[in-house]
Write a protein that binds this ligand. Structure first.
Ligand code: ADE
Length: 223
């Protein structure tokens, strides 16, 4: 998979992809993540990428040409499955959407700033609009990082234990059950006996029950 991210703040994205699972996925060649500095596609000496909005009003709007030209330069190299704009008024990200996107080959992500991007790009170029939740961030970069993380961990070979993504919360519309590690007792707080029983069938049954209980208590909307 290849993911191209278009941003005016490429430095924000230095860190999220340079550690742990995401770094390893790139090292193994399972995903290529390329961050593009939109300024390089800006016009004039100032490398302008935004302008005042027609009709007046506070806040700048990201212009059509820089984003369009950046995307065209990428499209010359390969075809893209989705051109995604991260925006608070997009479809809210969930596990199902990440699962679907993890099956794609090439994605472009556009990070918005200021008042957003010129509507004509949304009409004619963007194929999908995604929000990571009902709150407003200062820009789309952190949202893009969240989206990339949720997709890349699902790619075959990325997680060392392939089943662990399948037992994540949300994969079967249930939250994950509680987990424990050593010691068996800490501060007088005990690990549930069942988990020490060695009875795999019973343990699985308990985990299923706990997952349902937790989902009912915390996220009954999922059931
Ligand atoms: N940009 C600003 N806020 C955002 C959000 N909640 N989701 C996606 N992109 C955003």
């Amino acid at each position: 998979m290849r993911i191209d991210i278009i941003t005016i703040l490429p430095k924000i994205l230095d860190s999220p992809f340079s550690h742990s699972i995401l770094q390893r996925a790139q090292d193994k060649g399972l995903v290529e993540i390329v961050v593009h500095d939109l300024r390089q596609f800006g016009s004039g000496k100032q490398q302008q990428i935004d302008d005042y909005q027609y009709g007046g009003g506070a806040g700048m709007v990201m212009m059509c040409a820089p984003i369009f030209n950046c995307i065209e330069s990428l499209r010359k190299e390969r075809a893209y499955d989705e051109i995604i704009f991260l925006t608070p008024d997009g479809e809210v990200l969930d596990q199902k959407m990440s699962n679907t996107l993890s099956l794609k080959g090439n994605l472009i992500l556009i990070c918005g700033h200021y008042k957003g991007i010129d509507e004509r790009l949304r009409e004619h170029v963007v194929t999908k609009e995604i929000s990571i939740g009902s709150y407003v961030l200062s820009g789309g970069e952190l949202a893009a990082a969240v989206l990339v993380d949720s997709i890349v961990r699902l790619l075959p070979g990325v997680l060392s234990n392939e089943t662990s993504a399948l037992t994540d919360s949300f994969q079967d519309d249930l939250l994950a059950p509680p987990v424990y590690t050593r010691p068996e007792e800490f501060n007088g707080w005990k690990v549930p006996d069942i988990l020490l029983s060695g009875n795999e069938a019973k343990i699985n049954e308990w985990r299923e029950e706990q997952a349902i209980k937790r989902t009912k208590e915390r996220r009954s909307d999922l059931l």
